[in-house]
Design a protein around this ligand. Sequence first.
Ligand SMILES: Cc1cc2nc3c(=O)[nH]c(=O)nc-3n(C[C@H](O)[C@H](O)[C@H](O)COP(=O)(O)OP(=O)(O)OC[C@H]3O[C@@H](n4cnc5c(N)ncnc54)[C@H](O)[C@@H]3O)c2cc1C
Length: 469
Amino acid sequence: MLKVYKCSKSPTIKVDSHSIQPLLESSVMTSYFSRAAWILLLVLCQPWSIRAFSGLIFQFYPYHTHRLTTGSVNSVMKDTKVSLTSSSSERIDSGTAEEKSSPIKLKYDLVVIGGGSAGLTAAKFATSFGKTSVIIEEAKLGGDCTWSGCVPSKTLLSCAKAAYTVKKASQYGLELNGSKDAKIKVDMKAIHDKIQRTIQTIYEEEDSAEVLSSKGVDTIQGRASFISNNTLSINLIPTEDLSTTVAADGLAKGKAEILVEAKAGIVICTGATAFVPPVDGLIDSGVDWATYETIFSKLGKLPNNRSPPRLTIIGGGPIGCELAQAFSRFGSNVTLVTPSLLLNDAVEPEAREALQRVFQEQDNIKIVTGRVQKVRQELDGLGKSVGAHCITVSSKNGAPETCIEVRGDLLLVATGRKPNVKKLYDEGGLKEIGVELNDNYNGIKVDDKLCTTVRNIYAAGDCTGDKQL
Ligand SMILES: Cc1cc2nc3c(=O)[nH]c(=O)nc-3n(C[C@H](O)[C@H](O)[C@H](O)COP(=O)(O)OP(=O)(O)OC[C@H]3O[C@@H](n4cnc5c(N)ncnc54)[C@H](O)[C@@H]3O)c2cc1C
């Protein structure tokens, strides 16, 4: 499955995704929460990841066996109790009075910006090769996958599957309370709590600063910006926990900045955020709407703890389709508005047709083909909001173009994701050091080994603008 070979520059690893794929299907699908394997294999099977490791590994292949062990920051994440005594980093500032007023300076073989799936994998990979690594994370270790992506969405889907199976119990020869026609009551608050527990478990077992520390990966909570092609300035996020932790080390009291130098390379893994299209009225009409970033926490606050009676989803990509099926199985009337085919062009027509059939025949999901033009609140006769929305969709299916209105109680915007690069590029020094972006800020430009346009700086994961879910 893994072959080590020597490329023109240095040794590297080739990952055979065909060998990994069956593993994914057998072990990962059946044992969802064996997350270590899951994350690693999912990540390894992504085209970007395969390239990431073939590009990165040459830096960490163990012909440098020396491991730095001078004491320094081990973890500066706000949610950790890990002490700052043992560390894999190298302090490069000394203790003179003058230097004490300057920022803390640390040195690692690999410096990773962003602690999501890509960043976690890169940092762990480096330490498994005996190299030192640190992750700079400005929000929560685990990134989208743990907090608002794969983990909550798959947990939601597993709850929806259970609801569906119970409803169809009679097809399995089962009766519930003596009835073949099972009526289930869905408690969205309980589903919300289950999702949050699952997220917490995954976080504590796989992503937390403590776990990373036990694998030799250091973590710093802060926002990274480039001051040269091998040094980052980290603005520490000023939280109480953080200042206590940093002060406890006696190194950074009153300091807001750390300088981190990379000896071998920097990997940018800043991920992506929800793309919200500029639809008239969406932001400012007062309509209740969500994206994947907010929907999972909203589940705990739905009226009467029930699934919304009518859910409108804008976007027929993977996220829109997943959530459409889940909510319809909880009892919502779901309308999915999509300008194009379900999923996207990369999906085989047979798969798309099967999905469309299941949506329409089993899940009762209404699919409307067209583009959303306008979003507004639904008003009563006195012009008062009734807590619902009405969206206008224009469709070119027929000639001439027609407009229809779709009404619902909750609006979910699932119109894709955009790479998280603008801030780092415009304000974080990326432009100044010569790292180029794709057109329209659509990700960091990389070659097939995930090298950026600057030597020893790499980018991996969603921030490269590669195909997003
Ligand atoms: C609803 C949904 C379901 C999904 N389901 C699946 C699935 O089933 N299977 C699958 O393979 N994928 C799935 N995905 C996609 C998967 O979640 C992403 O591909 C993955 O999370 C990308 O990882 P990443 O490391 O590139 O970015 P992220 O996970 O987004 O991590 C980026 C991190 O960088 C941090 N950051 C950004 N800028 C800075 C900075 N300047 N300084 C410091 N830190 C910074 C962010 O805070 C963030 O934590 C799903 C996504 C969604 C939204």
